[in-house]
Design a protein around this ligand. Structure first.
Ligand SMILES: [Zn+2]
Length: 393
């Protein structure tokens, strides 16, 4: 048995001083403190000095990294993305598809489902890389007006038969779906997806207030990159943003890179949704962790200059990493690191219904990020294994 010790631990709801985390294989056996009792005998101690232990980060919206997109058929693509994620503290993620032709989406869903099943079976041996734990279907059921860079020719009106085709291709591994609730047919698809256990997230949407409220009645529970690719908040035309910010039934996520949202809007959002309902995502593209240049997002090209990812004059995803998003919350809104960590761990894990992830407690997966006091990633444990790429950093 291995005992990890450090200066502090965030469960994340509680802070524990002088923590001890006992690991057996891929699981946490116990979380305690040296202030309460000494180290058990016969365990191998790994001490991280002044570091903070936190649950591994969970990214529910990511398209790629390290030069690769999650929709690529190249078998080297996902492992490259997953190694980069591990370096930045992410231990579980939802590979996220963008709008593409029906055939391209279907074949990507099939490949991603296989990757999820293989990672599940591999258990510890997948442990050197972040684990895909479900798919986020972003598009094609989105608004033409608020499509962002999603290719307009491939947008589809939401129908039960289209949803069923995607669901079958993904073999039930779709955990999250972004949909624009104002489009005809959306309400029925939302209800069906909810029935299948999918977290329905409202986004890429031109919805007015009543559309949004109707979608929440139908079971929608989250909002995708709040403010971005959404009808803007107007003081006489409140629209989707007003509903997202005020409805306690909705959790919501943001891209806290300082580019997609002004830091003051990040602060506004966090004040409105609070520590319980705010979630951080990266929306990261293949360009993440790479120099400026041209990369692909799904089946189209994006260009990155000075860390800004664009296509056809519009923002096209980000090059944000989750550890930076967490640190940005402490900078932009003055939040404590513990609260910021919650938005990248427990909250996303709850939103998509992951069990035994996003928290440090007995019985949970041994997915742990080791942080410096200011939130820099020192190393990561995935299912109790330390990826070599991150070790010794
Ligand atoms: Zn996205």
């Amino acid at each position: 048995m291995i005992a990890l010790t450090a200066s502090r631990l965030y469960t994340p709801l509680e802070a524990i001083e002088q923590p001890v985390v006992l690991l057996d294989g891929g699981q946490i056996v116990e979380v305690s403190s040296l202030t309460e009792r000494p180290l058990p005998e016969g365990v191998q101690r790994v001490d991280f000095g002044d570091s903070i232990l936190a649950p591994g980060y969970v990214d529910i919206h990511i398209h790629g990294g390290a030069g690769h997109d999650v929709m690529e058929s190249d078998p080297a693509a996902l492992p490259a993305v997953e190694q980069l994620l591990a370096k930045h503290g992410v231990t579980s993620y939802l590979p996220t598809t963008v709008t593409a032709s029906g055939d391209h989406i279907l074949s990507a869903l099939d490949r991603l489902a296989t990757a999820i099943e293989n990672a599940e079976q591999a258990q510890g041996s997948h442990g050197r890389r972040a684990q895909p734990v479900g798919i986020h279907l972003e598009g094609p059921f989105i608004s033409f007006e608020r499509r962002g860079v999603h290719p307009p020719q491939d947008l589809l009106p939401p129908t039960l038969s289209a949803f069923e085709r995607f669901w079958q291709a993904a073999r039930g591994h779709i955990r999250m779906m972004t949909i624009a609730p104002e489009i005809e047919g959306a309400r029925a698809v939302i209800a069906e997806a909810v029935r299948c256990g999918v977290c329905v997230s409202l986004g890429h949407s031109d919805a007015k207030l009543h559309h949004t409220r109707g979608a929440v009645e139908a079971g929608a529970r989250h909002a995708t990159h709040t403010f971005n690719a959404m009808r803007p908040l107007g003081h006489r035309e409140p629209g989707i943003v007003a509903a997202v910010l005020t409805d306690p039934r909705l959790s919501a996520d943001i891209i806290a890179d300082g580019i997609h949202l002004d830091p003051a809007i990040v602060e506004l959002f966090l004040k409105m949704k609070g520590p319980e309902a705010s979630v951080l995502i990266t929306d990261a593209t293949a360009a993440t962790g790479m120099p400026d240049g041209k990369y692909r997002l799904g089946w189209f090209e994006v260009e990155v200059k000075n860390g800004v990812c664009m296509a056809e004059g519009a923002l096209a995803g980000s090059v944000l990493t989750m550890d930076r998003a967490v640190r940005n919350v402490t900078k932009f809104a003055g939040w404590e690191l513990q609260q910021a960590v919650r938005l990248a761990t427990l909250n996303p894990s709850k939103v998509v219904g992951l069990s035994g992830r996003g928290k440090l407690e007995a019985g949970a997966a041994a997915d742990i990020v080791v942080l410096s006091p200011s939130g820099e990633v020192r190393t990561t444990f995935i299912r109790g294994v330390r990826p070599e790429a991150a070790a010794g950093r």
